[in-house]
Design a protein around this ligand. Structure first.
Ligand code: FE2
Length: 279
């Protein structure tokens, strides 16, 4: 018999201002305590309520030692980077970036047809051995993300493997499970997650019962490591992102857009930026 994981806590996202003045809902942020290992940060772009003025976005900034996964629901993000890539991530599209030893990029969100912007950015840690690897950028069109339908539950699988399907976002060092789950009233969801793995659910629309605890949008539920599966049921329409993965169990030192293992490595990153040897 497998046990259902209970909920450790429910996090209320904090409104933070990043980039050139962009309002975000941030549920988790990089901290030395590394509580959600291998996950570092989860941001929800939602500039609609209250409606922001001109969106200024995230002008050129560096990253080192992490991977980011951007998933858009509505609106888009135009981007450009020091590898010479540029493009636009539209609704349902995903982009992931392995900063490795260093990347400089610009991310500029744009409103969709309805004037809305919704999307998420997840930061996943890189293990020490890969923090100085070559940077790379990859984009996935919405049409290549498998949608799995089962008894009133629709899963869009961004990364990881379930029921013989595989998400298009591969080659993330932490090999996470990352999916967008949509549930109709009266439906149930159950998914095996190995013991020892971190499991998070970000409820962005509606409400549901996670294990035995009701969770309403917009909140992040953190599962305990006390079972082999996560279970959700709902009497109303519900949408959430499910994030799970095995921790690296390495010490981390976060500093803004850098996440390294030691203070010396952070100092080196700052030195490289100053000396123009970052990328
Ligand atoms: Fe960035």
């Amino acid at each position: 018999m497998t046990n259902s994981r209970s909920i450790l806590k429910v996090i209320e996202p904090q409104l933070v201002i990043e980039g050139a003045g962009v309002l975000l809902r941030r549920s988790i942020a990089p901290k030395q305590s590394n509580e959600y290992d291998p996950f570092l940060l989860f941001d929800h772009f939602a500039f609609n309520d209250p409606l922001e003025g001109p969106i200024r976005g995230f002008p050129t900034h560096p990253h080192r030692g992490i991977e980011t996964v951007t998933y858009m629901l509505e609106g888009s993000v135009n981007h450009r980077d020091s590898l010479g890539n540029s493009g636009r991530i539209g609704p349902g599209d995903v982009q992931w970036m392995t900063s490795g030893r260093g990347i400089l990029h610009e991310e500029m969100p744009r409103r969709g047809e309805n004037g809305n912007i919704y999307g998420f950015q997840l930061w996943v840690n890189l293990p020490g051995a890969q923090k100085m690897s070559p940077p790379r950028y990859q984009e996935v069109n919405a049409s290549t993300i498998p949608a799995l339908d089962h008894k009133g539950v629709r899963i869009r699988l961004v990364a990881g493997e379930i029921m013989g399907s595989r998400g298009p976002v591969t080659q993330i060092a932490a090999a996470p499970l990352y999916m967008d789950v949509e549930m109709t009233p009266g439906s149930e969801f159950s998914l095996p997650i190995p013991r020892g793995h971190t499991a998070l659910a970000y409820v962005y629309e509606g409400e549901g019962v996670f294990a035995s605890q009701p969770v309403k949008s917009v909140h992040m539920a953190v599962f305990n490591d006390d079972g082999e599966k996560v279970e959700v049921h709902t009497q109303s329409a519900l949408k959430f992102m499910l994030i799970a993965g095995a921790p690296f169990r390495e010490p981390i030192v976060p500093y803004g857009p850098f996440v390294m293992n030691t203070v010396e490595e952070i100092q080196q990153a700052l030195l490289d930026l100053r000396n123009g040897t970052f990328v």
